[in-house]
Design a protein around this ligand. Sequence first.
Ligand code: FEO
Length: 387
Amino acid sequence: MQAIEIQQGIYWVGAIDWSMRSFHGYQTGRGSTYNAYLILDDKITLIDTVKETFASELLARVKSVIDPAQIDYIVSSHVEPDHSGAIPFMLSQCPKAKIITSLPNGEKGLKSHYGDLPYQGVKAGDSLSIGQRTLQFVPTPMLHWPDSMVTYCPEEKILFSNDAFGEHLASNQRFDDEVDKAALLYECQKYYANILMLYGRQAQTALKTLGGLDIKLIATGHGVIWRSYIQEIMNYYQKWSANSCEERAVIVFDSMWHSTEKMARAIAEGFAQKNIPVSFYDIKENHLSDIVTDILTAKYLAVGSPTINNQMMPTIASFLCYLKGLAPKDKKAFAFGSYGWGGQSIGLIEEELKAMGFTLILDKIRMMNIPSPAQLAEISRQLEKVL
Ligand code: FEO
C-alpha cells in the first residue's frame, strides 16, 4: 500500500472500499473511499483517518512515507466513524499526536465515541502553523453533523472538505479529470441528495464562506480530489442547495394487479404531451436512494399506491418517510392510486405530500378496480390542463 503525492509534501493516505454497497441504507453501487491526507512539514499532520476496518491500509500508506510515530497532529474534520473510526488505532502508532477537533461539538462527539484522548479544540477563525504551512479551520455545522468542519491551507490553496463535495466512488484514480465525468457527477448528486439535501440552508452559508477562498484543490473525504472541475462542483452545490428545479417529472408507484401502474403510465403520457421529461419508478425495481437523487432537481412528483389493509403499500410508506426526512423543497405534486373498496391509500399519500409543503396541482386521483381506457385518457387530459 503506497501513499500518493497529490502536491509536493502532501499525500493521499486513505483507503478504497471497493465492495461497499450500502452506506447506512444509501445504496452505493460504485463503492467508496475514505480519504485521509498526510502533510509533511515541521509538524507532521494527518487530516482525518478512515473507517476502523481499514486502519491497517491507512497505516501502511503512512508508513510508505514516514514513521507514523512522527505525526504531531490528527485533524478530525468530522466525528462520523467512516472518518474517525481509526483514530484510536492511529494514536497507538503515534503517541505524541494531538487530535484537532471543533469546539464544542467535535470534542464532545469524539469523547462520547472514544473516551478521553489528547484533544485540542478549535473554533471558527482559529489557525495552526505547522511550519511552512498554515491550517485554517472553518466550522460547517450540520454539513452534515453538528461537529463538521473543513480545513483550508492558504499556502497550498487546498481545501480539505471532508464530506462536502464528496461522492461514493471507489477508484484507484485520485483526481476528478481521471474518472468518467458523467458517473462522477451522478454520484455527487446522489451524495448531496441522500446526505445533504436536508441541510440546504447550511450549505448556502458554507458556500458563501468558501466562495471567497482561492482554491486549487478540493481534497474531499470521499471519492476523488477536485482540480479541474472546482467551479463546476461549486455551481452544482449552489444549484442543489438553492432548490433549483428543472422542468422534469418523477413518478413513483407500487402496484398490486397493474391498475395503479396503468394510472402511472397515463400520468407519464400527460407529461409527455407537454414535452416534460419523465422518470418512471416502479418502487419494487428501484432503490430509494436513486429515486431521491432524481427528485432533487425535478419540479414535479406524482406518488401512487393501491390500498392494502386500509393503508398505502409499505414500500410507498417507506419511500415517503425517507423523502420527508430529506425535506425537499418547492415541488409540485399529486397522489394517485387504484382501490377495491376503501381506497384510503390515496388520501394518506396526499396528506404526506401536503405535510412536506408541496403544492398540490391535482386533487388525489382514485380509481376503483381496473381503470378503463376512457378513465386513463381523462387522467392525461386533467394533468395536461394544469401543466
Ligand atoms: Fe463521510 Fe458523514 O461521514
